[in-house]
Design a protein around this ligand. Structure first.
Ligand SMILES: Cc1cc2nc3c(=O)[nH]c(=O)nc-3n(C[C@H](O)[C@H](O)[C@H](O)COP(=O)(O)O)c2cc1C
Length: 187
């Protein structure tokens, strides 16, 4: 399968980058074709400037949309910043996941246009799982998932990694192993 990975962390020294490497190893092992969009490395401009619907899409947006179109699996790897994905990734969604490309309206109801794709979402947190589960109803994850569902993507693998800066190397290694397995077992 063709797997597109959207990576949204500013540092290649980060745990998020280690997760990316683990996933790519697993995907390679399973023989998948992979492509990575590294938003910070690309110096992507996440600020949407015109929502009139008449603006010509930028060349950067067109190129990303082509990559999304040709992928069977869309993967996102990102840290949680202030109860959501980093502004870089939120802006990627604002600018690239456009009407007519990822969804359209039929009789005023939204219809997702990316329903032929699967998604894998790997997100990291500084906080513990109980905090998100019981106090925040998994809000960061549920709103990201809502974007995928809006675009028609139903088949989603989700791997959250909690307490990343505060937990042990053993737990972090467990997350890396899990993510590698996601790549190996992707079907
Ligand atoms: C600007 C900023 C905002 C953050 N906001 C949150 C947050 O809302 N919830 C949380 O659990 N962790 C938050 N964190 C912690 C990061 O999510 C955590 O350090 C990261 O997931 C660890 O991955 P890394 O080692 O690859 O950076 C924040 C970190 C930064 C820099």
């Amino acid at each position: 399968m063709k797997v597109l990975v959207v990576f949204a962390h500013p540092s290649h020294e980060s745990f998020n980058h280690a997760l990316l490497e683990s996933l790519l190893e697993g995907l390679k092992e399973a023989g998948h074709e992979t492509q990575v969009i590294d938003l910070y490395k690309d110096n992507f401009n996440p600020v949407i400037a015109d929502i009139s619907g008449h603006a010509e899409l930028g060349d950067d947006v067109k190129a990303y949309q082509e990559k999304i179109k040709s992928a069977d699996v869309l993967t996102f790897i990102y840290p949680t910043f202030w109860y959501r994905a980093p502004a870089m990734l939120e802006g990627f969604i604002d600018r690239v996941i456009t009407s007519g490309f990822a969804y359209k309206y039929v009789n005023s109801l939204p219809k997702g246009l990316l329903g032929d794709k699967k998604a894998v979402v790997i997100e990291t947190y500084g906080g513990p799982s109980w905090y998100y589960r019981f106090l925040f109803h998994r809000i960061p994850w549920r709103r990201f998932k809502a974007v995928l569902k809006f675009c028609g993507i139903k088949n989603i693998i989700h791997q959250p990694c909690y307490k990343v800066p505060f937990t042990t190397d053993k737990v972090r290694q467990k997350y890396l192993d899990k993510v590698r397995k996601i790549g190996e077992r992707l079907k």
